[in-house]
Design a protein around this ligand. Structure first.
Ligand code: UTP
Length: 408
């Protein structure tokens, strides 16, 4: 009872008293589950997040495009030099890979983690299988084993692990693969109230790919990387069907540049393409999402160097920034929620926000950053939607075209 009164006082203090609206009609098990869930929530963090909800878009910040080098401009000897340098670092076991796979893939609507979806180019090839295959190609070339860290979320963790096990870890050594989990955070109404999904359950969603840094710290991965003597950590998303995992050219490029962070980019398909672009914001390396730019900025000719979610971080940079609190971004979504009668309903229009941290928000803490612009047709086939643009079908076509060009 004492515990209940304490919790009630706490949530009232944070303006979230409605979480107990149906408490009296719950059975003892449900009561316990709800109280446990409330106990897990960092209400101060939620308060900070909801205060960011009402901050208008800062269009006054000074942004200029960031410098980049294009692979097309590399001479043969420079390309070879970068590649050989990258291979050397891989042979010396200085590189680890982090695969970001904690998302829910709501747009794709696939039943299961996005990595389990089959691209089906030849046999039943899942996105996880494709990435494992590419990692192994580099391992064969360098006669080394590359540690592979895979971020899941509490929502897709078990299914992801089972998929790996059922597929014999795609011929990887199970001991080179390390799973870790990002955290969940409550979803919010447009007024900053935490959403109840049912009478006894708070609606929770993964805290965005930017949750990766806190989870790498809390799961001991940063320490593990240090112990292994890793210098560069290669990050990539699950949903790029053409990603060149642990690309030696990119690793060599980043190391020769000597920057704390390095990213791959592609040229925007057309000025209005809905992607984030690399820039210096108030002098600091940044990616600005299309939704956070004015129309002139996002559709003009100035910012055309698009982020494709492939990055290299020096481990020393990750250690330096591991306690930084990244800001939240708000994704307006349809979120199942309970009505006054205690029934769970799904509205047609977006009714609330998922709170997401983006991992590129860490760039602003880097002293310097280098960007390598690559060829979209060779390296970027995002699988976001069920049909149409950036879908399984477009990714499949791009892989086939690449195979014809003998790239993979
Ligand atoms: P997206 O932002 O495209 O999200 O993810 P998503 O979950 O795949 O798809 P939608 O938006 O629900 O349709 C880009 C990358 O970030 C990862 C995804 O797994 C993907 O690799 N991600 C996203 C996370 O790891 N955690 C998250 O909370 C969100």
């Amino acid at each position: 009872m004492e515990r209940f009164e304490y919790i009630k006082e706490k949530i009232n203090r944070f303006g979230q008293g409605h979480l107990l609206s149906f408490y009296n009609v719950l059975n003892p098990k449900e009561k316990e589950a709800l109280i446990n869930q409330i106990n897990e929530i960092d209400f101060e963090d939620i308060e900070i997040a909801s205060s960011q909800l009402s901050i208008p878009l800062n269009n006054k910040r000074e942004i200029v495009p960031i410098e980049y080098e294009s692979v097309l401009s590399l001479t043969d000897s420079k390309r070879k030099m970068y590649e050989e340098h990258g291979l050397k670092l891989l042979k010396e076991k200085k590189v680890a890979v982090v695969l970001i796979a904690g998302g829910q893939g709501t747009r794709l609507g696939h039943d299961g983690p996005k990595g389990t979806v089959s691209i089906g180019v030849s046999s039943n090839q899942s996105l996880f299988a494709l990435q494992a295959e590419r990692l192994q190609k580099i391992e064969e070339k360098t006669k080394s084993i590359i540690p592979w860290y895979i971020m899941t979320s509490p929502i897709n963790e078990l299914e992801t692990k089972k998929f790996f096990k059922d597929n014999d870890y795609f011929n990887c050594n199970p001991r080179q693969i390390f799973f870790f989990k990002q955290e969940l955070i409550p979803t919010l109404t447009t007024n900053g109230k935490i959403i109840l999904e049912s009478k006894s359950k708070i609606s929770m969603a993964p805290n965005g790919n930017g949750g990766v840094f806190a989870s790498m710290k809390s799961s001991g991965i940063l320490k593990d990387l240090k112990m292994k003597g890793i210098k560069w950590v290669f990050f990539n998303n699950i949903d790029n069907a053409l990603v060149q995992v642990a690309d030696p050219l990119f690793i060599g490029f980043a190391d020769k540049k000597g920057t704390e962070v390095s990213s791959k980019s592609v040229k925007k398909r057309e000025p209005g393409e809905k992607v984030g672009v690399f820039c210096l914001s108030e002098g600091k390396p940044s990616v600005i999402e299309y939704s956070e730019m004015s129309k002139e900025e996002s559709e003009g000719e100035k910012f055309t160097n698009a982020n494709i979610g492939i990055h290299l971080f020096q481990l020393s940079f990750l250690e330096k920034t591991m306690d930084v609190k990244l800001p939240y971004h708000f994704a307006h979504k349809v979120i199942p929620s309970v009505n006054e009668l205690g029934q769970t309903i799904r509205s047609i229009e977006p009714n609330g926000y998922k709170l997401e941290k983006f991992y590129f928000d860490i760039f602003q803490y880097a002293e310097n950053m280098s960007v390598l612009q690559v060829i979209r047709e060779n390296e970027f086939a995002p699988v976001k939607n069920r049909i149409g643009l950036d879908s399984l079908e477009t990714a499949r076509k791009m892989i086939l075209q690449n195979n014809k060009r003998d790239k993979f």
